[in-house]
Design a protein around this ligand. Structure first.
Ligand code: UFG
Length: 348
């Protein structure tokens, strides 16, 4: 079965691609490479070649806002008698801070890009999509752990674009209830790397997220971690988040795909997290303990758009998709560190 994977060379996309290929799916990656490296695709191929696995992978440089090229990709696949049967849609911009500075770009890439993709799918009668949504859509949390029916009130433009896309799904589904199969996965904080160390997270420039920042401090690329606030209403004053191993997150996508394949039509919104909350200080100390590295830190003021606590209720993913995370926080630290040590400068 041919799967179109948008944003397939990014951190999350490359891990999903590898898993899909190992499971025998035919994978067509499209990526604009604005925030990712084509070397991620090479690394996937190296890993599979190393294992002597046969695979079907094609990559096209395509921005999801390019409707003409998107259309051509669907038509060409059909002409090859290998039509795109389902889409995993990850392509989009994802920096909360950048979304405050350039909100229109976020609306353009994330919302208009997704509208283009959905319109192209509709025209080509491809009605199955797994989407990368985000826990950021919940905004200020009034109850923890967060269930899928928690109030939606994003506090940053990035989150608002994810909500707009989920709203688009509602309307599209209602317009053609017998055809569409949609599963929107609301990620918490993906971290770690493939256990082989072949692929991992390689943020462009200074990492926004805690985990890649810590691994870059451990490898000597940065001096210390800035801890954004030690005065939050949490046990130790630092922010609490739900860190999910990238391999668990990737497996969640395969489960979602299987779920869509075995269902007639549906629209589901599902949290993907570990279901546990850890503070910034706990993460730093777990990383030090697991890897033997020293992680100096410096307390800074709170970061705009941050929250005290966010972690998921993952019962819906367990009940609906039959999925549960299998890897510990220690595994996240070990695998993330393995990738960083093997590739101190990422893919470059
Ligand atoms: N933090 C630091 N120092 C850093 C980076 C982060 O102290 O250098 C803190 C933050 O204040 C927060 C925690 O570490 O308390 C996690 O921050 P991240 O930036 O790693 O992750 P966020 O929870 O802010 O956001 C991430 C993704 C978003 C997504 C969200 C969903 O970046 O795209 O998870 O929960 F929407």
């Amino acid at each position: 079965m041919r799967v179109l994977l948008t944003g397939g060379s990014g951190f999350i996309g490359s891990h999903i691609a590898l898993l899909l290929l190992e499971k025998g799916y035919d994978v067509l990656i499209i990526d604009s490479f604005v925030n990712s490296s084509p070397n991620a695709i090479k690394a996937i191929k190296n890993y599979l070649d190393d294992k002597n696995l046969n695979y079907n992978l094609k990559t096209i440089n395509c921005d999801i806002r390019d409707k003409q090229l998107l259309g051509k990709i669907f038509i060409d696949s059909a002409k090859e008698f290998n039509p795109i049967q389902t889409v995993i849609h990850l392509a989009g911009l994802k920096s909360v801070s950048e979304s405050f500075i350039n909100p229109l770009l976020y609306w353009d890439v994330n919302v208009c890009g997704t509208e283009n993709l959905l319109a192209t799918m509709n025209e080509n009668e491809c009605y199955s999509i797994v989407f990368s949504s985000s826990a950021t859509i919940y905004g200020l949390t009034d109850s923890i752990p967060i269930t899928e029916d928690h109030k939606i009130s994003p506090i940053n433009p990035y989150g608002k674009t994810k909500v707009a896309i989920e709203n688009m799904f509602y309307d599209l589904y209602r317009s053609n209830i017998s055809s569409w199969k949609i599963c929107s996965l609301r990620y918490f904080n993906p971290a770690g790397a493939h256990p082989s160390g072949f692929i991992g997270e390689d943020p462009v420039g200074i990492p926004n997220n805690l985990f890649p920042y810590i691994t870059q401090v451990a490898s000597g690329r940065r001096k210390f971690v800035n801890v954004f606030g030690d005065d939050w209403e949490t046990n130790d004053g630092s922010g609490v988040r739900d860190y999910i191993h990238i391999m668990d997150l990737s497996e969640g996508h395969i489960r979602a795909l299987d779920f869509l394949c075995s269902n007639k039509s549906c629209l589901e919104f599902v949290n993907l997290g570990s279901g546990k909350g850890y503070s910034v200080f706990q993460i730093i100390s777990q990383f030090e303990q697991s890897t033997g590295s020293q992680i100096p830190f410096s307390i800074q003021s709170r970061r705009d758009g941050d929250l005290a606590k966010s972690y998921a209720d993952i019962s819906k993913a367990k009940n609906l998709l039959g999925w549960a995370p299998k890897r510990s926080l220690e595994q996240i630290c070990l695998d993330g560190w393995k990738w960083q040590r093997k590739n101190p400068n990422g893919y470059t």
